[in-house]
Design a protein around this ligand. Structure first.
Ligand SMILES: CC(C)(COP(=O)(O)OP(=O)(O)OC[C@H]1O[C@@H](n2cnc3c(N)ncnc32)[C@H](O)[C@@H]1OP(=O)(O)O)[C@@H](O)C(=O)NCCC(=O)NCCS
Length: 432
């Protein structure tokens, strides 16, 4: 087995045969249909736009007509981005994507070798966290990843418009927001402005890139094949004309009952604008239900409704996973709720976060030193994946304690509970 690292060559629009074979292997890995030339080029351009480092594993022993003789048997992609760890604080993030191993070559350690090499490069590049989105929840815990944000697919009845409580209606109306429908191709500056504001303030948010913009503007259909001819776009502007929320959506089709408006993207930088936009999306005659796959776990929308049962959710899904690589940097960025001191005894099979970390928070600022002394303070023990989920607030310390994922005496548990506090659920709107 031979592993090769490379970047897509040339400039936007140029072909690259090695990268094309790599994309074909990724599509195989995710059971996708073969791309036409245009869809293939889109993927190549997106990889190039992110300056993606690609890993391809080749089976040099394979012979034709085996696919392994033509395309890589394993793929892995990584690129730089950033994640918000507390409002206003972003950390450089090592983003991982397109992880596949051909079924003929599975369970021989290819994923493990690609992942370990990639995390070592992340540390060398001084990226304190690695992040990924997972096809299966059983794969990445062993490498130190844990969910750092969740999302819920929601369904909202709007047969006669969105029925809001009077206070909620007044709240949405008071700020003098203006909701407009736009052509998707005009969405780029609106998306950029609103997403930047959301990303700044939202713990758990991962930065977006060029390919996200292609979807918001309808240049790409949601599945990456062709343009989205049925995309609709909406934005909410404040009194000064600054965009504060946007959404894209498409009609579910006349043959579908109930008639549905499928919201594909919905990002807001202000709660009143968010509510105003929901109200507008609900005000489409003939549309009976709104669906959105990426709503907040703790979405306040339910509390705005005249009939809270108009909103239903069936599942909770992990949206993004985090892997702590640099404990002092991550802890320095956490949104601490109180002052105090604890020692975090972190177990990490790959070594990056392993050790006893003496944490002191004073006035919201954390000081972290690696500490060998056994008596440095009350000690809380946990694995590195638990630390990641606690850092963004996806898991609360009391939840970790209730299932044995932190081990601490009562005094230490009180301290760590107070330090982390009870935070709003993290939220990520970026899929990669
Ligand atoms: C998931 C996938 C990449 C695993 O690759 P692989 O080369 O077979 O994995 P490895 O042999 O390196 O296995 C590493 C470890 O993960 C475990 N593992 C691998 N895939 C797993 C899965 N789907 N569920 C649970 N455990 C899994 C292995 O048992 C092994 O455990 P160990 O270290 O305790 O022995 C591969 O099965 C695949 O391509 N699946 C389809 C595409 C996909 O889901 N990709 C992930 C995208 S997020």
């Amino acid at each position: 087995m031979r592993s090769e690292l490379f970047r897509v060559s040339g400039h936007h629009g140029d072909r690259d045969p090695q990268a094309e074979a790599w994309v074909r292997a990724v599509d195989r890995g995710f059971y996708d249909k073969d791309r036409d030339a245009a869809a293939l080029q889109r993927f190549i351009d997106a990889l190039r736009a992110r300056d993606t480092l690609l890993t391809a594993v080749y089976d040099d022993g394979a012979t034709a007509p085996s696919l392994a003789a033509v395309w890589p048997v394993a793929t892995f992609a990584e690129f730089a981005g950033e994640m918000t760890v507390r409002p206003g604080a972003q950390l450089s993030a090592h983003q991982i994507s397109d992880v596949t191993v051909r079924a003929t070559h599975r369970r021989r350690g290819l994923l493990r070798s690609m992942m370990e090499a990639s995390l070592a490069r992340a540390v060398a590049a001084e990226r304190p966290v690695a992040v990924l989105t997972a096809s299966e929840a059983s794969i990445y815990g062993r490498f130190g990843f844990a969910p750092s944000a969740y999302q819920v697919p929601l369904r909202l009845k709007v047969e006669h418009g969105l029925a809001l409580r009077p206070e909620a209606k007044a709240f949405a109306a008071a700020a003098d927001w203006r909701v407009e429908e736009l052509l998707p191709r005009d969405m780029e500056p609106i998306h950029d402005h609103v997403f930047a504001a959301f990303h700044q303030q939202s713990t758990g948010s991962v930065s977006r890139a060029w390919d996200d913009l292609q979807r918001v503007t309808g240049r790409w259909a949601p599945d990456g094949y062709g343009a989205a001819e049925d995309l609709r776009a909406y934005a909410c502007f404040d009194a000064d004309g600054t965009p504060v929320a946007f959404a894209t959506a498409r009609f579910g089709g006349w043959d579908k009952d109930p008639k549905e408006l499928q919201i594909l993207d919905f990002v807001a930088a202000d709660p009143a604008a968010e509510l105003a936009l929901w109200e507008h999306l609900g005000a489409h005659d003939l549309v009976e239900v709104l669906t959105f796959s990426r709503a907040r776990v703790d979405d306040p929308l339910r509390w705005a409704l005249a009939n809270p049962r108009d909103l239903t959710t069936k599942s909770v899904e992990d949206s993004v996973w985090i892997r702590v690589l640099d404990v002092p940097q991550v802890l320095a960025a956490v949104d601490w709720a109180a002052d105090g001191s604890v020692v975090l005894a972190v177990e990490d099979a790959l070594g990056y976060a392993d050790g006893r970390w003496a944490l002191t928070v004073q006035g919201g600022t954390a000081r972290v030193v690696e500490d060998d002394a056994a008596d440095a303070g009350p000690e809380v023990a946990m694995s590195v994946d638990t630390l990641g989920a606690l850092a963004t607030g996806a898991m609360q310390p009391w939840q970790a304690a209730a299932v044995g994922r932190v081990q601490a005496d009562p005094e230490a548990l009180l301290a760590v509970n107070a330090l982390f506090g009870d935070r709003r659920a993290p939220m990520n709107h970026t899929f990669f």
